[in-house]
Design a binder for this molecule. Structure first.
Ligand SMILES: Nc1ncnc2c1ncn2[C@@H]1O[C@H](COP(=O)(O)OP(=O)(O)OP(=O)(O)O)[C@@H](O)[C@H]1O
Length: 514
């Protein structure tokens, strides 16, 4: 063994002596080359790199045209359209000129001389909405199109949505991740906590309004309390989760007091027959689909069948409103609703978007921020979203006559002309015009010179964020801030303080600041 060991060591020594100097030279040469390459090559690359591409400017919104659509009327449904436009671009375009927020589309019908888009508005027009109809009459689809439109036209700091479904939530796939969604109760077990959360939110808002000396939400001008639109998909499920009297009390209190707190309800169900009637005095718009029985007309619209027939006749003798019990039966009559507001009765067909269209619109809505996001980001997102939508192709029958919508309740023809560029202030920049038209006013919120962060609104409501940022200027630690606002230094309240302070970079603890 000894002689083998000696032989191996000798061979290694001889190899090193033979090849070592050469290898050393190669290693030094490689190091020199590497040094030169690392310092010179990037400099050369920089010098020869192509200039950054200049983004091609997008065409102005006003250059998009909408194709014609089918003005045929559906038999037995007043003047409701048989095939209303199935692309949200029509509605966005028709409403672009209107700076008022919170509009939502009701449906399409034929007006006096032309096709009309009927719409309503949550603030200053409609209080709470009742949405009823036989199974498969299109209630959820109506709500989806209305909420999609509201979310498109109002940034999350202006509008939040609460969806109380309980039917498994399949109509609301993808909504849970959206920045507009404050609450999504999908399962039956979620219903009771959702009702409690809504009550607490209403109470919280009333406290904030009281502190700000406001008698109603419309007076509150701090810009940090968005309108909250609540959609209750099937009222009977709320009754199952509670009891008949408990639900009636809850509805009565919430519908009566929520209005002043900037909360609006869309309450839906197959029929409100045999339900407590107290809360119905709070409904100002009834959207009623097909009912199999004549005696269901009154509980779902406040008028009897005979009264609806009378009110549904226009001065020129045309039948424009049909009692729900006489509407076409679904599936032919799916999406056909008789809308009753005061003594105005009009039957129309709701816009209907197929799954791909709905998901496309939803995908463009801003997602819930994971971390703090400056609200300007939302603004930009909304702008590009609208631009995208207006530019969409619409698939319409080539035989359709070339009409632009106009009519009784909304002069869409004029609106379309306006949105095509006529009558606009020439000195506004394109983005300012877009902001004005779509009802978006850029308003970076700052408090004491600090840009207010937008942390997820279901974590910390905007007005609470504002209070935290405001109070931060008067204290020297997060503990003191928590004490000043909530009279405690720990628990959930401290977490809220932490979330907002971290997002806004306020009162940073030593370690984090370093
Ligand atoms: N505006 C519309 N135009 C044409 N078809 C529609 C319209 N709205 C809904 N539909 C059709 O009716 C079907 C049922 O719609 P939806 O699920 O919205 O009804 P619903 O009243 O909520 O039903 P349910 O009470 O059983 O939950 C849809 O799948 C669609 O095919």
């Amino acid at each position: 063994m000894g002689w083998m060991y000696g032989f191996l060591c000798g061979a290694i020594v001889l190899t090193i002596l033979r090849y070592g100097p050469g290898l050393w030279r190669d290693w030094r040469a490689f190091q020199a080359w590497r040094l030169q390459h690392e310092t010179l090559v990037p400099a050369v690359a920089l010098a020869t790199a192509a200039p950054a591409p200049v983004p091609t400017p997008e065409p102005p919104l006003t250059s998009y045209e909408l194709p014609a659509y089918d003005p045929t009327i559906l038999a037995g449904a007043g003047l409701a359209l048989k095939n209303p436009p199935s692309n949200i671009a029509y509605i966005v375009k028709a409403k672009l000129h209107d700076p008022e927020p919170y509009w939502f589309p009701l449906g399409w019908s034929y007006g006096v001389t032309d096709v009309a888009l009927n719409s309503a508005k949550f603030v200053g027009d409609v209080n709470h909405v009742a949405l009823t109809g036989f199974t498969d009459s299109g209630k959820d689809s109506w709500a989806v199109q209305a909420l999609l439109y509201l979310a498109l036209m109002n940034t999350p700091d202006k509008l939040q949505l609460a969806i109380v479904d309980g039917k498994g939530g399949l109509s609301w796939l993808g909504w849970g991740d959206k920045a507009h969604t404050w609450l999504l109760a999908k399962r039956i077990d979620d219903i009771r906590p959702a009702m409690e959360k809504l009550k607490q939110e209403r109470e919280r808002r009333i406290e904030v309004l009281e502190a700000a000396n406001c008698e109603k939400w419309e007076e509150y001008d701090k810009g940090d309390m968005p309108l909250l639109v609540v959609f209750v998909s099937e009222l009977m499920l709320l009754q199952d989760a509670t009891s008949k009297t408990e639900l009636a009390d809850w509805l009565n209190t919430e519908l009566t007091s929520s209005r002043a707190a900037g909360i609006r309800y869309i309450v839906s169900g197959q029929t409100f027959t045999r339900m407590d009637t107290r809360w119905r005095s709070q409904i100002s718009l009834y959207i009623a689909g097909y009912q199999p029985r004549g005696d269901a007309d009154e509980p779902n619209t406040t008028f009897t069948t005979a009264e609806l027939k009378k009110l549904g006749i226009r001065r020129d003798g045309a039948v424009i409103g049909v009692p729900p019990s006489e509407l076409p039966v679904p599936p032919d009559g799916a999406g056909v609703f008789t809308c009753v507001q005061g003594r105005m009765v009009v039957t129309m067909r709701a816009p209907y978007y197929d799954k791909a269209h709905r998901q496309m619109i939803l995908s463009k809505l801003p997602d819930k921020p994971k971390k703090a996001l400056h609200r300007n980001a939302d603004q930009a997102l909304h702008d590009s979203l609208l631009r995208n939508l207006i530019g969409l192709d619409t698939t319409l029958p080539s035989t359709a006559s070339s009409v632009l919508p106009s009519g009784d309740l909304l002069p869409v023809r004029e609106a379309a002309a306006l949105s095509l560029g006529k009558g606009m202030e020439a000195d506004l920049s394109a983005s300012e015009k877009r902001g004005k038209m779509a009802g978006f006013e850029p308003h970076p919120l700052t408090v004491n010179g600090v840009a207010l962060p937008v942390v997820a609104l279901d974590e910390v409501p905007l007005d609470e964020q504002r209070r935290i940022v405001e109070t931060a200027a008067t204290v020297s630690s997060r503990g003191q801030l928590c004490q000043a606002l909530y009279e405690t230094r720990g628990g959930r309240k401290y977490t809220i303080v932490q979330i907002v302070c971290d997002a806004a970079g306020l009162l940073m603890p030593q370690a984090k600041a370093a």
